[in-house]
Design a protein around this ligand. Structure first.
Ligand code: BDP
Length: 699
């Protein structure tokens, strides 16, 4: 068991009652149609039934006995066509799974409008079997709440992966288009199984080379694999490509020659990839070129590309991750300052991609103030699945609760209930585009994601992009059952461990609203003392502002006033220490070390307790895990055990380094009964992280 099969293991059903019931329910199958997507769905179904139930259902043309599974669209099945309400509800990508009486026989149906809907329906039918659900009176109607559900691979053409911790890139550009690695197909299957329908295959810090003819032909080979599984390919567009590969003197978006170059480029791309999804652009951010290089703005840049893609129905995903020294007092304000005034000016095939929080994928951030604020522009969520700031692929951190925290945040843009989820679903203002992107954690490691539990974050991202309302717990439950075992004595404790793992990590890394205090460059381990980087807003000291009086970033009206970017009552809540949720306290306030917290403790004591609790919780995770021996395969059991041991050491490292560092300001004691840091602050300050991959050379 090496983890390669992800959650699509299709092991034999162990429970004999279920095994027999399932076999009775799918004795024969009516599944017509010959499109590549339908054939892929059929292949998935027959392989899985063979493996799970040791069954090869007879293929039939009419329903002659109980236990017939009918799969089809109105085009391929007259039986499905009769379920017009369910079909209408399914839309372009949805499906229904129902038990039904057809010709007096009890049948199961998987129906959809489209072949893609069938593919999704089949995967979800298989999930019912994989998770031990009863098929009796099943009635499921599903359709996605968000249209573009996209993985962003930060993969370079030389197969290094920016912020990737699971090996090298799975895209073997040098062997494409000739060699189709079977991994591409398994990648597409895994994505389709959770409804992901788009993949940006290259880094946002882009190379123009990926837009040259040779690379477009390579990308088209990937697109051919993806298409069968309902996945569109997208490419990053380097803004200066007209200069770098086009031989032009400028990339000014208002220059006629530049505009023509992009139009021609788009036409060329669609020649090779007729269903190309579009471009994603990181412009004027961290040294990337962009329209501001030519004194133009984001609208000028985005709309130029949108015009080029429009005749082909392509989309521009324009990132709002921008910061530089133009807003010297607070980096958190810049994206809002730059984008809010442009609301309403973007073309209708542009969607602005906004990170969940205003700084940068920290273990905890309040929601980005642009959500709810761009009422005439569709916004797309950008989450980071790869654990750049959350322990790479070494720490066990289940991210669904973090994603949900943002999605459920209420912006109050249109009064109570204007959640971030509603905004990105396009429901707040009836947008036609909607999207959620996740920065992928996938690499060439045999188990795809490095840490066996990091697979859960890929899985959870897909499930939440399909429907943000699903609970972290239900998603973890499904994932564990499919990935490990149905044994409840494993599921229950390990699910609890997963659900608390993110809070645990926040406790030992950045409790109470602390942020951006990680080591420079690699972003691994603690570095709260760093204050000497070239730009102020790269320094941890800029973010925590610890001094003898207290700690935290004053973003209220007495400070940077970033709170003013939120709608009331959110802004008023964040303005005052008393009403700011404790988890965001130091994000918005500079608070005295002696401040009395709701618990009655001083801020100092509360902070120390969070750091210690974080370490204790990792130790509890280790204890829980050690009881799981024998309940799952030894290979994955041992791998996770070893990783948890590293996580424990590193949680101690974070705790000791941070507590000692902040103590140098608070001058207050760590209670004598607490475990003593085993080194002094200097030791931690002098730790050298030579061994860590994945920096982009910026900060
Ligand atoms: C930061 C990463 C950097 C990315 C950047 C981005 O450290 O490698 O290029 O995000 O999102 O968190 O563009």
């Amino acid at each position: 068991e090496d983890g390669y099969r992800l959650w699509l293991r299709y092991d034999k059903v162990q429970n004999s009652t279920l095994y027999n019931n399932y076999r009775q329910s799918v004795k024969q199958m009516q599944f017509n149609g010959s499109s590549p997507t339908l054939l892929a769905a059929k292949r998935e179904l027959t392989n899985a039934l063979q493996q799970m139930l040791n069954l090869q259902p007879a293929l039939v043309n009419s329903v002659t006995s109980n236990g017939t599974l009918i799969v089809g669209t109105p085009k391929t099945s007259a039986n499905v066509a009769k379920f017009s309400n369910d079909i209408a509800a399914a839309g372009d990508e949805g499906y229904f799974i129902k038990s039904a009486n057809i010709n007096g026989k009890s049948c199961l149906m998987i129906g959809a409008n489209t072949d893609k809907g069938i593919l999704y329906g089949v995967f979800n039918f298989l999930k019912l079997l994989q998770t031990g659900q009863s098929l009796q009176s099943v009635a499921i109607n599903e359709s996605p709440k968000i249209k573009m559900r996209v993985l962003n691979h930060w993969d370079n053409l030389d197969r290094t992966v920016e912020r990737g911790y699971a090996g090298s890139s799975i895209w073997k550009w040098h062997k494409l288009p000739g060699y189709i690695d079977p991994r591409y197909i398994d990648y597409a299957r895994a994505n389709a199984s959770i409804g992901i329908n788009g993949a940006v295959v290259n880094n946002v810090n882009a190379s123009a080379i990926s837009l040259t003819k040779d690379y477009l032909i390579k990308a088209s080979a990937l697109a051919n694999v993806f298409r069968t599984y309902g996945i569109k390919i997208y490419l990053t567009a380097r803004f200066s490509a007209p200069i770098e590969i086009g031989g032009l003197k400028t990339a000014d978006p208002l220059d006629a020659g530049v505009r023509q170059w992009w139009k021609d480029k788009a036409d060329e791309i669609y020649k090779y990839i007729p269903d190309f999804g579009g471009f994603i652009v990181k412009a004027n951010s961290e040294g990337q070129p962009g329209p501001q290089t030519y004194n133009r703005n984001h609208v000028d840049g985005a709309n130029m590309l949108a015009d080029a893609l429009k005749p082909h129905n392509g989309i521009v995903m324009w990132r709002a991750f921008v910061y530089d020294d133009k807003v010297p007092d607070d980096r958190a304000k810049q994206a809002y300052n730059e984008f809010k005034p442009l609301d309403g000016q973007f073309s209708d095939n542009v969607i602005v991609q906004v990170k969940n929080g205003a700084i940068d994928f920290q273990p905890r951030e309040p929601f980005h103030p642009l959500f709810g604020a761009m009422r005439k522009t569709p916004l797309m969520m950008e989450f980071q699945i790869t654990q750049e700031y959350l322990g790479f692929s070494t720490h066990l951190v289940y991210l669904a609760p973090m994603f949900k925290e943002t999605l459920e945040s209420d912006t109050y843009a249109k009064g109570k209930g204007s959640t971030v989820a509603k905004d990105i679903e396009g429901q707040l203002d009836k947008q036609t585009l909607s999207g959620m992107a996740g920065v992928a954690n996938i690499g060439s490691d045999v188990n795809w994601t490095g840490h066996p539990f990091a697979q859960a974050n890929w899985y959870a991202f897909g499930r939440l992009a399909w429907n943000p309302a699903q609970s972290s717990e239900a998603i973890a439950d499904d994932w564990l059952r499919m990935t490990f075992t149905q044994d409840n004595s494993f599921i229950k404790p390990v699910k609890a461990l997963m659900l608390s793992s993110r809070e645990t990590t926040v406790d030992y890394m950045t409790p109470l609203g602390l942020h951006h205090i990680m080591g420079t460059g690699a972003h691994y381990g603690p570095g709260p003392w760093v204050g000497n980087l070239a730009r102020p807003d790269w320094n941890p000291t800029y973010y925590h502002k610890a001094d003898s009086a207290g700690v935290g970033f004053d973003r209220t009206s007495t400070g940077s006033n970033a709170v003013a970017q939120y709608f009331p009552p959110v802004r008023d809540e964040f303005e005052h220490i008393e009403t700011t949720p404790e988890k965001y306290l130091l994000w918005f306030h500079h608070v005295s070390w002696k401040h009395t917290m709701p618990s009655g403790k001083t801020l100092w004591q509360e902070m120390v307790d969070h750091y210690y609790r974080g370490v204790d919780s990792v130790r509890n995770m280790q204890k829980t895990w050690s009881l799981m021996q024998g309940k799952i395969d030894d290979a994955r059991y041992n791998e996770v055990k070893q990783l948890l041991a590293i996580q424990e050491q590193e949680a101690v490292w974070w705790r000791n380094a941070c507590v000692l560092y902040f103590q140098s300001f608070s001058k207050m004691p760590i209670p004598a009964s607490y475990e003593k840091p085993d080194h002094d602050l200097n030791y931690y300050r002098n730790q050298k992280l030579y061994f860590l991959p994945g920096t982009n050379g910026v900060q």
